[in-house]
Design a binder for this molecule. Structure first.
Ligand code: AQP
Length: 356
């Protein structure tokens, strides 16, 4: 059993029908659809590293989900660059290719193959209810790609292709994880098997939903048109400090307790970021900074952000000078991923009745 991360990680899900425990295994991914943000770092990558380091999982697989990225238009050169930069971000933050399997999704064709099976398991109604689909397709759903609509079935395939039991993600992915569980349950039920595990999302801590610096009701996102809305992992110290100084807030000082931030989304966001970066609870942050004006709190937050991100950003820049080495790391990771994926896909085809 893996040891707890910041809060207890529940046991690998025993299959309800057979009582069989699945091998504890982690899968998660990030889209190379832009540069990495502080949201990606705090909501996902930092926990990828913790879960790798704590041990107790048979494998930790971390992917650059390039096939997900092309569900909206990506310039081919930018996609190549963003995929390498994402890999550099993983490595710079502490993922170790000797201990974790790092690869880009399109190098493991089993993802697309299993996704097709799941396209035939998942229902149109399920997909239509996904808030990410509604947000990204917007009012003009007719013009959105079929891939964007089917995105959650590919995500279910990413996870279930490895029989992953735990998936560390930010809050925004909770609904997709629930759909992954529905796909596994429906497949198992339809074919009368106990083949796919019911995966546990791991959504923990104070930074599971980092918000935009310009609008505290919107998620910080790498594809937000406003660069001022986010902190990029590649931003230099001055840029980070400027973005935090200009972050939208309100005129009131910080309250003495966290509950006082309930109707102040921008202020709450900055406190949550501070808590996550300093590894403190929000109550502790309020004890230290309650009563402060933003003129004092923002520089303290900027200092903390620079202290955390500067070494990562410097290491990313160093790694990006040798793209061929990044490509070799990803190719080697893909071979290891395929060793796990290929037999699971074969067995899936067999269960479905495809001649092998
Ligand atoms: N703002 C955030 N706060 C906490 N976690 C976040 N994540 C993303 N934004 C935040 C987590 O990062 C992982 C990878 O996300 P993704 O790149 O696959 O897709 P996304 O969630 O759609 O991220 P973006 O930045 O908003 O990308 P675009 O703009 O391309 O759609 C996930 O675990 C996610 O929860």
């Amino acid at each position: 059993m893996p040891a707890p991360v910041s809060a207890p990680v529940s046991a690998p899900t025993p299959d309800a029908a057979s009582g069989t425990a699945f091998t504890p295994r982690i899968f998660s991914g990030i889209q190379p659809s832009g540069g990495l943000t502080l949201g990606n770092y705090l909501g996902a990558i930092r926990r990828f590293v913790t879960m790798q380091d704590q041990g107790g999982f048979a494998q930790t697989l971390y992917c650059m989900v390039d096939m997900h990225a092309i569900t909206v238009w990506q310039d081919p050169d930018a996609l190549r660059r963003n995929t390498r930069e994402l890999a550099a971000g993983y490595l710079a933050a502490g993922l170790d290719p000797a201990r974790s399997i790092l690869f880009n999704q399109s190098r493991v064709p089993e993802h697309a193959q299993l996704a097709w099976v799941f396209n035939c398991v998942a229902r149109m109604g399920w997909m239509g209810r996904m808030t990410q689909w509604k947000d990204k397709a917007g009012k003009n759903a007719e013009a959105a790609s079929l891939g964007l609509f089917a995105y959650p079935a590919l995500m279910a395939a990413d996870i279930l292709l490895y029989h992953a039991t735990h998936v560390p993600v930010g809050e925004d992915q909770k609904q997709h994880l629930e759909l992954t569980r529905d796909v596994a349950a429906k497949f198992n039920h339809d074919y009368g098997v106990d083949f796919f595990p019911v995966t546990e999302p791991v959504i923990e801590g104070t930074a599971t939903r980092v918000m935009s610096l310009r609008d505290g009701t919107k998620k910080m996102s790498k594809s937000d048109p406003s660069d001022a809305s986010r902190i990029n992992l590649t931003d230099d110290a001055d840029t980070i400090a400027r973005k935090i100084r200009k972050a939208r807030t309100d005129p009131e000082p910080l309250p003495s307790d966290y509950a006082g931030l309930r109707d102040r989304p921008e202020a709450r966001n900055l406190v949550n970021i501070y808590a996550a970066l300093s590894d403190q609870g929000t109550d502790q942050v309020m004890r230290t900074h309650g009563g402060s004006q933003f003129g004092a709190f923002k520089p303290a937050l900027a200092e903390l952000a620079v202290e955390t991100l500067a070494p990562i950003s410097a290491e990313m820049a160093r790694l990006m000078q040798d793209p061929a080495e990044i490509d070799r790391t990803l190719a080697a990771g893909a071979l290891r991923a395929r060793d796990i994926a290929a037999p699971i896909l074969e067995r899936t085809y067999d269960i479905v009745g495809m001649l092998r």
